[in-house]
Write a protein that binds this ligand. Structure first.
Ligand code: PCA
Length: 223
C-alpha cells in the first residue's frame, strides 16, 4: 500500500509586478519550502510561486492544492506602501485593475465568478493571529480590503474553490510591505525585513493549525 504523505500546508507568493524586480512575498515564501510546522512538527510546508496574472494565477493555485491536499493554504502578496503585516479578512467578487497584470490584461469592474457571492470571509483565526504577531513585536493589522487586483482575485478564487469543491481546508491571504531594498526606490515608503516576514508567516501557520476560525458567521460567505 502506498505510504500516506505527511500532512502539509501550502504557502504561495507572487512573481514581481508593476516594474519591481523582486516580489517580497515570494522572496520570503521560497525560504519556507520543506520546513516542518505545527505542534510536534505535524505538518510540512510546500510552496508555490503564482504568476501575477488574472488568467493563470488561479490555475496554478488550484493545481498546487490538488497536488498537495493541504490542511491550510496561505497566500501572500506585496502591498507596497503598507507598513504592517496585513491579515486580510475578506475578498470581494470584482476585478478592477489599476495597472495591467504581467500578461497585459487590465479587467475593469469585472466579476471574478459570474453570479458568485459578493464576498468570502477567511476562516483563519485572524484575531488570534493578530494577537500572536503583536506579542512577538511584529507590526500587524487586520485589513478589510485586499484591493481589487490580482491578490484579491486569488483570495476570492481560493475561498470559492474551498466552497465549490467542499474542501475541509482553511485559508486566507496576507499582504506584506516592501523589502528595504525596494523601499530605497520609493521615497518615504515603509518596509519590513525578510526575517520578520518569515517569522510572521511561520507564526500565522502555527496559529492556523492550532485554532478554529473565530468568525461567528458560518463558513464565510456573504451575499
Ligand atoms: N500584490 C498584488 C498582486 C501581486 C502582489 O504581490 C496585489 O496586491 O494585488
Amino acid at each position: 500500500m502506498a505510504k500516506q504523505a505527511k500532512p502539509c500546508v501550502l504557502v504561495t507568493g507572487f512573481a514581481p509586478f508593476g516594474g519591481e524586480t523582486i516580489n517580497p512575498s515570494w522572496e520570503a515564501v521560497n525560504q519556507l519550502e520543506g520546513l516542518a510546522i505545527g505542534r510536534q512538527e505535524s505538518h510540512i510546508i510546500h510552496t508555490k510561486e503564482l504568476p501575477c496574472e488574472f488568467n493563470s494565477a488561479l490555475d496554478a493555485l488550484y493545481q498546487a492544492i490538488d497536488k498537495y491536499h493541504p490542511s491550510v493554504v496561505l497566500c501572500v502578496g506585496q502591498a507596497g506602501g503598507r507598513s504592517s503585516i496585513s491579515i486580510e479578512r475578506v475578498a470581494i467578487n470584482v476585478d478592477d485593475a489599476r495597472i495591467p497584470d504581467n500578461a497585459g490584461n487590465q479587467p475593469i469592474d469585472t466579476p471574478i465568478v459570474q453570479d458568485g457571492p459578493a464576498a468570502y470571509f477567511t476562516a483563519l483565526p485572524i484575531k488570534r493571529i493578530l494577537k500572536t504577531l503583536q506579542e512577538n513585536g511584529i507590526p500587524s493589522e487586520i485589513s478589510n480590503t485586499a484591493g481589487t487586483y490580482v491578490c484579491n482575485h486569488v483570495m476570492y478564487g481560493l475561498l470559492h474553490y474551498f466552497q465549490s469543491q467542499q474542501l475541509s481546508c482553511q485559508g486566507g491571504f496576507i499582504h506584506i510591505p516592501y523589502l528595504p531594498t525596494q523601499a530605497v526606490h520609493h521615497s518615504g515608503a515603509p518596509s519590513m525585513s525578510q526575517e520578520m516576514v518569515k517569522k510572521s508567516l511561520l507564526a500565522i501557520l502555527n496559529e492556523s493549525l492550532e485554532y478554529k476560525p473565530d468568525l461567528k458567521i458560518s463558513a464565510g460567505t456573504t451575499h
